[in-house]
Design a protein around this ligand. Structure first.
Ligand code: ADP
Ligand code: MG
Length: 349
């Protein structure tokens, strides 16, 4: 009996040891398979679409769904937003507000959200960000890539300035109005909002989706490369060629926006006239040639990059850093200024 007992114990021990061994082997096989499938075999699919007057590049991978289906939805969402907020097409909501003769117009929550954001940045930047510059933008021809562009006369500029200014825009509950003759133009913020929405859509459709959306230098990250590595993003040299950069940053999530005087401009008598206007003068802003802002959401980084382009490097920047944004500005002398925390993003980690 004793002998049988001890044999049983021995057998049990062998079985348990085998099971543990098998468990360990299975664990390693699982880990190996997991990494193979989540890295080596993950395929990024790329697509370029012309939207918001620029080439929008989508790079997307997903473990559960066909990235092409996700990209279809993202592009559809961005086109919806582009149409809805385009002040120069007749059926858009902004067109309706602009042509309501100063009357209150009832709008949806999304419109309120974007307009409130715009006004928030107008107040925060002392009017450097101004969503009611439509008249000036049209006068300069920056609303239309095909418009012939020239420097407007002083009278024309003064007239357009009188019909501009964020204080002419009012929001009350779900109602909006703008003074008669003044035009809202959300070109400095709506691309950022559209990218945020596309990123959110990609994540909602499948939480394993990774990749990014690059709307002409305004970039929203969906998730890190292969779920692990930061994306390397070049910051364009504003006086170099298409592929020249002044530096790189690494982002695993969040957003980065760049406003430059090289994106849309014309030259007259050797002077460059570009599409970011100083709301005080009506002329293109002259305190920077490129501004990059890193933040959580692109809607904020986009508005801030435009505003800081107008403000130039100065004490206000500290406030933006305290709010969680990092800024790099290249001034007209070509000198690069950076907030302290910007350095963090220059290293891959
Ligand atoms: P991009 O669209 O090239 O990325 P921005 O984000 O800086 O550049 O937006 C520029 C656009 O913002 C202009 O085309 C115009 O529609 C609008 N805009 C120009 N000046 C201002 C300003 N001071 N405040 C708000 N929006 C502006
Ligand atoms: Mg902007």
């Amino acid at each position: 009996m004793r002998k049988k007992d001890s044999q049983d114990v021995l057998r049990k021990r062998v079985i348990i040891q085998s099971l543990i061994f098998l468990g360990i082997v299975l664990f390693f096989v699982f880990v190996a398979l997991h990494f193979t499938f989540s890295s080596g075999l993950t395929q990024y699919v790329e697509r370029n679409e012309f939207m918001f007057g620029t080439i929008v590049r989508l790079v997307v991978a997903s473990e559960k769904r066909d990235p092409r289906i996700i990209m279809d939805a993202m592009v559809r969402e961005m086109r919806r937003i582009e149409r809805k907020f385009n002040p120069y097409v007749e059926d858009s909501i902004i067109y309706r507000i602009n042509h309501a003769g100063g009357q209150w117009v009832e709008v949806d929550e999304e419109t309120i959200f974007v307009l409130k954001k715009a006004l928030y940045y107008s107040k925060k930047t002392g009017g450097a960000f101004d969503p009611v510059l439509g008249r000036l933008i049209v006068l300069w021809g920056f609303n239309d890539i095909n418009a012939s562009k020239h420097v407007p006369s002083d009278e024309e500029l003064q007239a357009a300035l009188k019909q501009s200014g964020w204080v002419k825009l009012e929001i009350s509950g779900r109602h909006v109005r703008v003074d008669e003759g003044a035009w809202i133009d959300l070109g400095g913020i709506v691309k950022g909002y559209a990218v945020d929405q596309a990123v959110r859509m990609a994540k909602d459709m499948d939480d394993t989706t990774t990749g990014f959306v690059d709307a002409g230098g305004d970039i929203g990250i969906i998730g890190p490369k292969f779920g692990r590595y930061p994306w390397k993003i070049g910051i364009r040299d504003p006086r170099g060629g298409q592929d020249d950069i002044v530096g790189v940053i690494y982002l695993s999530n969040g957003a980065v926006a760049t406003s430059g005087d090289y994106e849309r401009y014309f030259e007259e008598n050797g002077v460059r006239y570009h599409h970011i206007l100083d709301p005080k003068t009506g002329y293109p802003a002259r305190k920077a040639i490129s501004v990059t802002v890193i933040g959580e959401k692109l809607v904020d980084a986009d508005a801030l990059s435009t505003a800081i382009f107008v403000l130039g490097w100065g004490p206000a920047i500290e406030g933006f850093e305290a709010d969680g944004y990092q800024v790099m500005l290249i001034d007209t002398e070509g000198v690069i200024h950076e907030t302290q925390g910007f350095e963090y993003f220059k290293k891959s980690r």
